[in-house]
Structures are given as C-alpha cells and as structure tokens.
Ligand binder design. Structure first.
Ligand SMILES: [Zn+2]
Ligand SMILES: [Zn+2]
Length: 341
C-alpha cells in the first residue's frame, strides 16, 4: 500500500510503498477514506520525538477491509467506521476505570513504527476500539470524531451550566470543537481568544459569540466588556507556557480552568492568583469510548455542525508539502488526507 513515512526531523514525509497490514487476532484492518493531520503529528515531526519509519495518523475514518481471527461481535467487512487510536493494556487502574487513553503502558496508533497510522491506504485498529459511523455521518466528519472527542471530553469535565460564560483560548481543531460542544451544552457566551484572523472567522461560524485577538488588549477586561462578567469557565486549548496562568487570571471567583492544550515545556503559575479566587484547574487528556459515541451520535442527529472546521483536503501528492507548511502560521483549521485523491 501507499503511505507517507516520517524519515526524521527536518526531512519531508516520504510517500512510498510499504507492506499491506495484516490484522492480529483482535485487530481490524480499515481502508482509510479520510485521515486528519493533527498538531501533535507536526510536533512529533519537528522535535523528532518518534523514530524514523513512523507513519503518522491517529484521526481517521474508513471501511472495514479485514477482521482478525479472534474478532467477535457485529463488525463486518464493508462497515463504515472510525476508531479510538488507543492500544491499552486492559489490566491497569486506568483501563479498569474505562479510561484507556490514560493507560500507563498504552500506546497510540501513529506514534511508532510498530503502530503505523492512517497517513496510508490502510490502518489497523483494535476491534474493541472501533465504532460504527451511521449512514448520515460523512467520512470527513468521521475523521474529525477523534479531535472532536478530545473537545467533548474537555467540555464534559467542565460540568457546564446554562448561565456559564465560557472563554476558549485557541481556536485550532480542539478549541473549535470546544466551541461546538460548549454551545451545545447551553453556554450563553462562548468567547474565543485566537491570534489568527482566519481561525477567528471559523470560530464565529461554529457558534462562538465573540472572537478576540489576544494582541489587541487584556483578556479579562475584554471578556467582561462582551459578557458583562468574567468567564466562569476557561478552556486552554493551545499548550504553550504562560497560558494556564492567563486562564487563571481571566476567570472569575470560583472559576474553573480546563487545560486541554498539550504543553511539553515546563511552565509556571502564580498560585496566589488562583488561591485568591478559589479557582479549580482540571487537566483533560484525550477521551473515553463514551466521548467517541457521544460525538458520533451528535453528528448523526445533526445536533452539531462541524463542517467549518474542515478547511481543506489533500492527496498523497500534496501531503509532504502541506505537512511542512502547516508548521508555520496555521490559518486554517483541520486538514484532511484522502489517500485516493
Ligand atoms: Zn490528534
Ligand atoms: Zn491499561
């Protein structure tokens, strides 16, 4: 099959032919219809955080092409599906709590040469992690279920109430999904702070009630000007140093901060700022199977509209160049790969 292979930091992805995958006993081979390029793929490539030979791609939708010999249940060849890209141990504390994405020894598809991802014509998933896509959910939407589930999980952990005023820091794919699900949860104000004018436009089209450029002035005052109060909930969806503190500063008395941004660098906060307002800080990592199911259900019921997140689609020919260009200043939101294009 054709696949785009990571060959090391500073080198473009190589589109080449690799062996077709064969399913293990409890695995499923999925023919990829659409796969998402994720910011974490760009990070792993930039910092050489994964070995050469890795095929990225943990966000995908497609059609079941083959089943392992031990797969039981209702899955059939030809089913339209997506999957949690999680290889969990099923024995640890996290797995026992139905939190496979927090498994201490778990690994993610598309993060190691042994677990090739969906920048390819075919990808392998654990049968137990596969979820069916109803007929009304497109493959493009299906490929966005994974990042949408990250956002759904973050919103779930915020326990939103209808009178909440929400601030979302960052309108990349995760922030965009948080806007969608915060609005769906009934939040009256969902204010976005985002540097990119193009992403601010996308945020507004997804239901944000205001979109602010953080370079244009202090966030707490500007949120209060829009909503009349400081945000009661702040979602940090960027993951660079300084933004957890910015979120703590932006929220009000007994405010809640949910950190979904993935920050690899050490960071500092000023505890006194949080203490004087009794702020709660909740970190949010990935999703559960229930988040995936809820996102698929919301898409099937047309309870949420996510198409504005999908800014363009590339085939293998344009993928290496597109991948490099996304590391600069991202103007779009979610770029999808169509392996057959
Ligand atoms: Zn991702
Ligand atoms: Zn585990």
């Amino acid at each position: 099959m054709r696949a785009a292979v990571f060959e090391g930091a500073g080198r473009p992805l190589a589109v080449t032919t690799v062996p077709d995958p064969a399913p293990g006993a409890d695995e499923v081979v999925i023919e990829v219809a659409q796969a998402g390029i994720c910011g974490s793929d760009l990070h792993m490539a930039e910092y050489g955080a994964v070995p050469a030979g890795t095929i990225f791609g943990h966000e995908y939708a497609g059609t079941v092409a083959a089943l392992g010999t031990g797969v039981r249940g209702t899955l059939r060849v030809g089913d339209r599906v997506t999957a949690l890209p999680v290889q969990a141990c099923h024995h640890c504390e996290a797995c026992a709590a139905a939190l496979p994405a927090l498994c201490a020894t778990g690994r993610f598809t598309g993060t190691h040469p042994e677990l090739p991802g969906a920048y390819a014509e075919y990808v392998i998933a654990r049968a137990g992690m596969v979820q069916a896509l109803p007929a009304g959910v497109s493959f493009a939407e299906g490929a966005m279920v994974e990042p949408l589930a990250v956002a759904h999980h973050a919103v779930e952990l915020a326990h939103l109430r209808p009178d909440d005023t929400v601030l979302v820091i960052g309108a990349g794919p995760i922030g965009a999904g948080v806007i969608v699900f915060a609005r769906a949860a009934g939040a009256r104000h969902v204010i976005v702070s985002e540097r990119s004018a193009a992403r601010r436009e996308i945020a507004l089209s997804l239901g944000a009630t205001a979109a602010l450029d953080p370079a244009a002035g202090a966030l707490p005052e500007r949120c209060a000007a829009v909503a009349g109060v400081r945000p009661s909930v702040v979602f940090e969806c960027v993951g660079v140093p300084g933004l957890v503190q910015a979120a703590i500063e932006a929220t009000g008395v007994r405010g809640r901060v949910v950190v979904a941004g993935v920050c690899f660098a050490p960071d500092t906060i000023r505890p006194l700022t949080a203490l004087m307002k009794e702020v709660s800080v909740q970190f949010s990592q990935c999703y559960t199977e229930a988040n995936f199911a809820s996102v698929i259900d919301a898409l099937a019921r047309r309870a949420v509209r996510v198409q504005p997140m999908h800014t363009h689609t590339v085939g293998f020919a344009a993928l290496p160049e597109t991948f490099e260009s996304l590391r600069g200043a991202p103007g779009g939101c979610k770029v999808l790969i169509d392996p057959r294009a």
